[in-house]
Design a protein around this ligand. Structure first.
Ligand code: HEM
Length: 244
C-alpha cells in the first residue's frame, strides 16, 4: 500500500518540489514577469499579468475553435457546438480582464508605457489566432450548409429539423459577439487611459480601433434576422394588426 508520505513525493519529471508545480511548470510561469526592482511602476505587475493571462486564454480559445472546426467538417455538430461554447466562455475572461486595467491611472500608465518599446496589441499572437480561425470556421459551416442544400434562411426557418447545424450557427454568432465586445471594451480602455485622439505605441491612431470594431466575421448571420423580422412583419400586416 502507498503511504501518505509516498503520495507527497513527486513522480513527474521536471523542476519543482511537487507534481503540481512540475505539471504546471509554475517555476517557469511565475518567472515570466519583471522582478519588483525592474518594474517602472508598482502597477506594472498587474499590467503584465493581465496581458500574459489574456494571451494564455486566447491561445485556449483558438485551440478549441480549431477542434470545433474539425468537428464541423466531420458533421459532428453536437461536439462542435460544445467546444464553441467552451471557447466563448473562455473568451469572456480576457474581456473581463480589460476592466482590471481600468484601475490604472493615466499618469501611472505613462510610466509603464515608457518601457513598452514598439510593443502593440496589433501583434498579439492570441488575438491574431482568433482573426485566423474566425473566417475558416465560417467556411466549414457554409460548406455543411451547402451540402445540406440549405440557404441560411432555410436553416433558420427549419431550425427544429436542422437543430445541430442551427446550434453551430448560433455559436458562431456568440463568438462574433465576443470578439466585438472585446474590441468595444478595449477601445473604451484605450480611450480612458491614453485618450481617443492620440497615436498608439506602433503609430496607429486610437481612432483605428474604432474602425476595427465595425468588423464582423459572420455578417450574414446577423442579416438573416432582418429578413426573419421583415417576413414576420409582412404576416402581421396581412393579418391586419400589431406593432413591429
Ligand atoms: C492600458 C491598457 C491598454 C492600452 C492603453 C491599449 C492600447 C492599444 C492601442 C492604442 C492599440 C492600437 C494599436 C497600437 O498602436 O498599439 C491597441 C491595439 C490592440 N490591443 Fe491594446 N491596449 C491595452 C491593453 C490591452 C490588453 C490587456 C490586451 C489583451 C490582449 C490588448 C490587446 C490589443 C489588441 C488585440 C489590439 C489590436 C486590436 C484590433 O485588431 O482591433 N490591449 N491597444
Amino acid at each position: 500500500m502507498t503511504s501518505m508520505e509516498d503520495l507527497r513525493k513527486p513522480i513527474l519529471p521536471g523542476k519543482g518540489a511537487s507534481d503540481y508545480e512540475r505539471y504546471l511548470r509554475t517555476d517557469e510561469l511565475l518567472s515570466l514577469q519583471k522582478l519588483p526592482q525592474e518594474c517602472l511602476h508598482a502597477d506594472e505587475l498587474t499590467f503584465q499579468v493581465v496581458h500574459q493571462a489574456s494571451e494564455l486564454l486566447l491561445k485556449g480559445v483558438a485551440w478549441e475553435l480549431e477542434r470545433a472546426r474539425n468537428h464541423i467538417g466531420d458533421g459532428d455538430f453536437s461536439n462542435a457546438a460544445r467546444l464553441m461554447r467552451r471557447a466563448t466562455e473562455m473568451l469572456d475572461h480576457p474581456i473581463y480582464l480589460l476592466h482590471v486595467l481600468e484601475t490604472i491611472t493615466p499618469y501611472d500608465y505613462h510610466l509603464i508605457r515608457a518601457g513598452l518599446g514598439h510593443g502593440s496589441g496589433l501583434d498579439s499572437p492570441g488575438f491574431l489566432a482568433l482573426l485566423h480561425i474566425g473566417p475558416r470556421l465560417g467556411e466549414s459551416f457554409y460548406t455543411q450548409l451547402h451540402a445540406a442544400n440549405l440557404s441560411l434562411d432555410d436553416l433558420y426557418r427549419r431550425h427544429e429539423k436542422f437543430f445541430g447545424l442551427h446550434d453551430v450557427a448560433e455559436r458562431l454568432l456568440d463568438f462574433d459577439e465576443r470578439v466585438h465586445l472585446f474590441r468595444f471594451h478595449h477601445l473604451k480602455l484605450a480611450e480612458r487611459i491614453i485618450g481617443g485622439g492620440v497615436v498608439g505605441t506602433m503609430g496607429t491612431p486610437v481612432e483605428v480601433l474604432h474602425q476595427r470594431m465595425e468588423h464582423l466575421f459572420y455578417k450574414e448571420l446577423w442579416d438573416v434576422r432582418n429578413r426573419i423580422t421583415a417576413k414576420a412583419n409582412d404576416v402581421l400586416q396581412k393579418d391586419g394588426g400589431g406593432h413591429s
